[in-house]
Design a protein around this ligand. Structure first.
Ligand SMILES: Cc1ncc(COP(=O)(O)O)c(C=O)c1O
Length: 460
C-alpha cells in the first residue's frame, strides 16, 4: 500500500459530513446534562458545542451523526489519530496482564523506556515518570532544577503556558488562569519571547530574537537588574497556547549558551511541540541544541492515556530514592500504548512526513494571509499552525471575536480547531500527524471559506 493510502484509511470516509448544524438535538441533551451537573469551569464544549460518539484517525463523529475533520487532536494528544490500530492492540494486550505497578519495573515499563531511548538525544540519559499530566512533568522538572542548583528563582517567558498546578500555574502567563486565586508560587520572572508579529522591543523584526536573548543575558549579568541567579530558564520550544510562536534556531542557541555560561538549568517544555509535532521528534532539535531537562506528555500515552515524563542529563541524577514520589507514576496501559506509538512514529518517519505536510499547508495559509485583511499573520512549523486574527492588517488590532468565530463556523462546517494567543485572537491548528493530505487540504479550504465569509461580513 502506498503510504498516503495508509493515512487515508486511518480516518472515517466522507468527512466532513454535517447532517444537522451542531449542536444537534442529541448533542444538546448531553450538553444540557453537563451544564446541569458538571463545573462551570468546563470549557472546550462551549467553543465546539457537541457530544462525541466516536472517533477514528483525524475524524470525529458526534452523537447527531455529524463527522468532523479533527484539526485539534484533543489539544495535541492524538498525534497518531484516534483509535490507532497498533497502539490499541498494545493497550488491549496490556489490560489483561497488569495495569498498575507504581514504579516497580515490568517488561512493559522497559519497553516504554527503550522506546524513549530510541528518540531522545543520548545526552538526556535519564527518564523520570512523575505523574499523569503535563503539569506534573513541569513540577518535577523545576523540582529537579532547584534540587540540583540549590537555587530558587525561575525565568520563564511572556506568553508561556506550562500547566495549571502550583508551580506550573505560576509559570503560566494568561491572567485568565492566574487572577483571582490568591498568591502564586514566588520566584518566577517573565521576560519577552521573540514574538515577531508583536515585537516587544521595537527593534527591526529580524533582530528581535537576539534582542530577547540579550535581555536575558543582561539581567543575569547586571548586578543591579534585581534578578538573582535562578535555578532554571524554562521555555516552550515552540510556544503553543501563547499563539504558536516559533523561535528562531539562533534564539534557542543563544539561550543554550547563556544558561550554560551561568550554570542555569535549561528546561525545554516539549509537552505540546514534542513527539513529531513540528517535524522533528523534539522541537529543540530544529536549533541543534540539547537542553538539560525536557518535559513530555500529551502524545506520550499513544491514544490519550494519561502519562508524562521528564528526561534529563546524567549529572542531574542526584535525587535519593523517594525524594519525589506519587501514586500514579506509571500507568501500564499508557506505557504499552506509548511504547507502541513512539516505535510506530519512528519506524514510519512521522516527523519527516509532518515537516513536508506542514510546508504544503503553510503555502496555502500564506495565500490566505495575503488575501484577507483580517488575517494578520499565518505561521507554522510542521503541523503546529496558526492564523492570527486582527481587525485589519495595518493596525494589527487583535480580534478575539473573529478568532472565536473562525472556530465556531469552522465547527459548523465540519472542522475542529482551537483558539489561543496573547490576546485570544489566534486560530490554532494541531491536527493529528496521521491526517491524510486530502483531509488537511479540505480542512484548510473550509477554514478559508469561513475567513472569506467573515471578511465579507456574511457571518455574525
Ligand atoms: C507546553 C505545555 N506545557 C504544559 C502543559 C500542561 O499539560 P497538562 O494539561 O497535561 O497538565 C500544556 C498543556 O496544554 C502545554 O501545552
Amino acid at each position: 500500500m502506498d503510504n498516503e493510502k495508509m493515512f487515508e484509511q486511518m480516518s472515517m470516509e466522507g468527512a466532513p459530513k454535517i447532517v444537522t448544524v451542531p449542536p444537534g438535538p442529541a448533542s444538546k441533551e448531553i450538553l444540557q446534562y453537563q451544564a446541569d451537573n458538571e463545573s462551570s469551569a468546563v470549557s472546550y464544549s462551549k467553543g465546539m458545542p457537541m457530544a462525541i460518539a466516536k472517533a477514528k484517525g483525524a475524524t470525529i463523529e458526534d452523537v447527531d451523526g455529524n463527522i468532523y475533520i479533527d484539526m485539534f487532536a484533543g489539544a495535541g494528544v492524538m498525534a497518531l489519530g484516534h483509535g490507532h490500530d497498533e497502539v490499541l492492540k498494545a493497550a488491549h494486550a496490556q489490560i489483561d496482564k497488569v495495569t498498575h505497578t507504581l514504579d516497580i519495573p515490568s517488561p512493559t515499563r522497559v519497553e516504554m523506556v527503550k522506546a524513549l531511548r530510541r528518540i531522545l538525544p543520548k545526552e538526556l540519559s535519564r527518564v523520570f515518570f512523575g505523574g499523569p499530566t503535563g503539569s506534573d512533568a513541569v513540577e518535577q522538572a523545576i523540582k529537579l532544577a532547584k534540587y540540583n542548583t540549590k537555587r530558587n528563582g525561575i525565568i520563564a517567558f511572556e506568553g508561556a503556558y506550562h500547566g495549571m498546578t502550583g508551580v506550573a500555574l505560576a509559570l503560566t502567563t494568561d491572567s485568565g488562569h492566574r487572577d483571582g486565586i490568591g498568591e502564586l508560587v514566588p520566584g518566577v520572572q517573565f521576560i519577552p519571547y521573540p514574538y515577531t508579529y508583536r515585537n516587544p522591543f521595537g527593534c527591526p523584526d529580524e533582530d528581535l530574537d537576539l534582542q530577547c536573548a540579550d535581555y536575558l543575558e543582561r539581567i543575569l549579568e547586571d548586578s543591579h537588574s534585581g534578578t538573582s541567579l535562578p535555578a532554571a530558564v524554562i521555555l516552550e520550544s515552540v510556544q503553543g497556547e501563547g499563539g504558536t510562536i516559533i523561535p528562531s534556531p539562533r534564539f534557542m542557541q543563544r539561550v543554550r549558551e547563556i544558561t550554560k555560561k551561568h550554570g542555569i538549568i535549561m528546561i525545554c517544555d516539549e509537552i505540546q511541540a514534542g513527539l513529531g509535532r513540528t517535524g522533528k521528534m523534539f522541537a529543540f532539535e530544529h536549533a541543534g541544541i540539547v537542553p538539560d531537562i525536557i518535559t513530555m506528555s500529551k502524545a506520550l500515552g499513544g491514544v490519550g492515556f494519561p502519562i508524562s515524563a521528564i528526561a534529563y542529563r546524567e549529572e542531574l541524577n542526584t535525587w535519593p530514592a523517594g525524594k519525589t514520589i506519587g501514586t500514579f507514576r506509571g500507568n501500564m496501559i499508557a506505557f504499552a500504548a506509548g511504547a507502541a506509538a513512539l516505535n510506530w512514529m519512528k519506524d514510519n518517519k512521522i516527523p519527516e512526513r509532518t515537516l513536508a505536510l506542514g510546508e504544503k499547508a503553510m503555502v496555502r495559509f500564506k495565500e490566505i494571509e495575503a488575501k484577507y485583511d483580517i488575517v494578520g499573520e499565518a505561521r507554522g512549523l510542521g503541523l503546529m499552525i496558526a492564523l492570527e486574527m486582527v481587525t485589519d492588517s495595518k493596525s494589527k488590532t487583535p480580534a478575539e471575536a473573529l478568532a472565536k468565530k473562525v472556530r465556531k463556523y469552522a465547527h459548523q462546517r465540519g472542522v475542529m480547531i482551537e483558539v489561543g494567543g496573547h490576546h485570544n485572537n489566534v486560530a490554532r491548528l494541531l491536527p493529528p500527524l496521521v491526517i491524510s493530505e486530502e483531509y488537511l487540504m479540505k480542512g484548510i479550504d473550509i477554514i478559508e471559506s469561513v475567513v472569506k465569509d467573515l471578511q465579507d461580513g456574511k457571518l455574525d
